[in-house]
Ligand binder design. Structure first.
Ligand SMILES: [Zn+2]
Length: 252
């Protein structure tokens, strides 16, 4: 989970959503919030808004940081649930929209407990998630009560998610070994590791926590790294593999 800076609503957002709200109050009064939402989300304009929201979340789930769009559609998640009558006025409020994968979305369901006067659930666009949760390897750990509630409600240590995080971490570990052994790849791997800590990389909070421990100077530079573009990731590894073809062919 990482902090996401919320951009301004897309063009025509307020005008369109006001009209939808009006239609719900006048023409579709019999429809529940979920029924009306299902109707509106088919609209072309709504799909455009969703696309911009998903881009703002770097095509990742706001809770688990999975880039799961290649196997299932990411959902617009109402942080303040639309099924609660007291939050139904927030159904078309941009600030109440997050992006979630199907599993995190379903796990949250209608759960929305309060911790004192604030929602227990950490809101990645309003809170600093790193103040509430941290990582040891692929395990996510709570630092605060709200962190603990968030991990439990969303089930952020679920087996398959943890397995996927472990696989991702294994890539990072392999690159750390390679960066120490292969000096000609150092710059390219360094760039890849910087990218892996950026918001557009999957599981970037976990990667950053891991690299802070292993390569503190890289993870916490005195002057921030510039944004690493990963257009041709690790090209030189392909070249190196080509060189090693003879050795690889002997492996049975
Ligand atoms: Zn998720």
């Amino acid at each position: 989970m990482i902090y996401i800076e919320r951009i301004a609503p897309p063009e025509r957002f307020e005008k369109e959503t006001e009209a939808w709200m009006q239609a719900w109050k006048t023409k579709h009064t019999q429809k529940s919030a979920s029924q009306f939402w299902r109707l509106i989300r088919q609209r072309k304009r709504m799909k455009l808004f969703a696309k911009q929201l998903i881009a703002m979340f770097h095509e990742k789930c706001a809770y688990c940081e999975s880039k799961s769009g290649h196997v299932a559609h990411l959902h617009i998640e109402h942080f303040y649930p639309k099924s609660y009558i007291e939050f139904q006025h927030l159904i078309f409020v941009w600030e109440n929209w997050l992006v979630a994968c199907q599993i995190c979305n379903q796990n949250k369901g209608t759960q929305f407990p309060m911790c004192d006067d604030v929602p227990c659930l950490v809101n990645p666009t309003e809170d600093s998630p790193h103040e509430h949760v941290d990582f040891i390897g692929a395990d996510i750990l709570a630092i605060t009560k709200r962190g603990k509630e968030t991990i439990n409600i969303i089930d952020l240590n679920r087996t398959m998610l943890k397995e996927e995080r472990s696989r991702w971490l294994m890539n990072i570990k392999s690159l750390l070994i390679l960066i120490c052994r292969e000096s000609e790849l150092k710059q390219e791997i360094r760039k890849y590791l910087i990218w892996a800590m950026q918001p557009d990389a999957p599981y970037s909070a976990m990667t950053k926590a891991y690299l802070l421990e292993k390569t503190p100077k890289l993870a916490k530079p005195t002057t921030p790294h510039s944004h690493a573009e990963l257009d041709k990731p690790l090209d030189k590894i392909d070249a190196l593999l080509e060189e090693m073809k003879v050795i690889l062919n002997t492996i049975a």
